[in-house]
Design a protein around this ligand. Structure first.
Ligand code: HEC
Length: 136
């Protein structure tokens, strides 16, 4: 499972490396900015699943403030990164996720397992931001 994840990450990031896009600023603030630009339309301004597009979807967007609560109180960083990563192919009306994948990568360490994945820093920032909006 972890190997398959790593392989798919490397495959996609290899492609993304060819795209010429300006990297986003780093850190949780950058993650918040990315969230507002790409995710809030469905997941809502505060991440509670109530964005303007939510009513038009067959599946309700998840309440992203309760990811940890749904996972026994632990924010599953790697799963979240993998989920976001997997979305571009799944929605017809998906916004352009290019900026998430085209910037510089970092060796991101999964806090749960200690495994290190080469991951776009914009994606790491976005997951770090989501970790800060978790509610009990
Ligand atoms: C077009 C609407 C739409 C957009 C835009 C969107 N999502 Fe979602 N998202 C959904 C829907 C619908 C679900 C629930 C169905 C599913 O899990 O596939 C979901 C589920 C998720 C989940 C799984 C939550 C869980 O508890 O399992 C995560 C994480 C997530 N989205 C993050 C994001 C992030 C981060 C962005 C922006 C980069 C984003 N989404 C943009 C519609 C959207």
């Amino acid at each position: 499972m972890r190997a398959a994840f790593a392989v798919s990450l490397f495959g996609l990031f290899g492609l993304a490396a060819c795209a010429a896009q300006a990297p986003l600023p780093s850190g949780v603030a950058a993650g918040a900015q990315t969230y507002r630009a790409l995710c809030a339309v469905c997941h809502g301004p505060q991440g509670q699943g109530d964005g303007p597009l939510a009513a038009q979807l067959d599946t309700s967007p998840s309440d992203l403030t309760r990811i940890a609560a749904r996972n026994g109180g632990v924010f599953p960083h790697a799963q979240v990164i993998a989920r976001i990563h997997g979305y571009p192919g799944q929605f017809h009306e998906m916004p352009d996720y290019g900026p998430l994948f085209a910037g510089p990568t970092i060796g991101w360490r999964d806090p749960q397992t200690g495994a290190v994945f080469e991951t776009p820093s914009a994606l790491v920032d976005l997951a770090d931001y989501l970790a800060t909006i978790q509610k009990a």
